[in-house]
Ligand binder design. Sequence first.
Ligand code: HEC
Length: 145
Amino acid sequence: MQKTISLFSVVGMALAMTAGSAVAEDKIDFEKQIWPFVKNSCVKCHKPPYTDERGRKRKPKSGMVVTNKKDFMKGGENGEVIIPGKPDESEFLQRTLLPLDHDDHQPPEGKADEWTAEQKKLFAQWITEGADFGAWESDPEVDKK
Ligand code: HEC
């Protein structure tokens, strides 16, 4: 019996090590893994000023533009929203984690798709890994709009 248990734990450890090293080697790719759900849920209200269909000038909410790396890192009226290495201090993530009915929750309730738990975890890990945008600089397609 004792033998069986130790064999299982050895296998378990080997599996855990394999999983750990896979994560360490495969750094999150912002453009492929993060940008799609930021674009889907956040860009609508956080993009450069534009004129809407009715000719009204629209400004980014809270002065925060996330459609290019430079502005994303600059943050909004209250300063930086992404602190590399510190998911707990990164407001861009923290607001998505607040209860849905909290005033500061983002995206505002019912206004855009919520990030899934898996996406929030990915975003946190991306910040922990240093918030590296890789080759991504901007998306002309969304910048234009
Ligand atoms: C329907 C419009 C809308 C969408 C979509 C939206 N936001 Fe916002 N956002 C706002 C408004 C309005 C404010 C300013 C009021 C406030 O601070 O809550 C704001 C402010 C913020 C701030 C504060 C910026 C600062 O100045 O410090 C953060 C961070 C933020 N949003 C993150 C997000 C994230 C993350 C998403 C996508 C998951 C998102 N927002 C999607 C409307 C939106």
